[in-house]
Write a protein of this length. Sequence first.
Length: 112
Amino acid sequence: MKTIRRTSFLLLALASASAAFAQSGDPANADHPRAAGGAPSPEQQQRMAERMAERFKAADADHDGKLSLDEAKAGFPMVARNFDKIDTGHTGSVTLEQITAAGAQMRRNRAP
């Protein structure tokens, strides 16, 4: 149960482009998703998605639009730790869309 919760948290953080990827994580920062005391606004979601895409692009060393496990280890440790769960097609690589889909699935699973 503890492992499921941890995995759920990690994937949720990935898919929502957690501010930890691009910011210091200071809740006083207006861009932080918890700064308003709840879910991020649409504008914050857009900025977080843009940051996630930028970080994905930077980690994609060979610029092929997908991350290998080695690229994920170098640029996205949380993706690397959950690589097999995100790589649903078992291709040996993950796309930004797969990362986002994994996070969305986690949110649906956690919905009351």
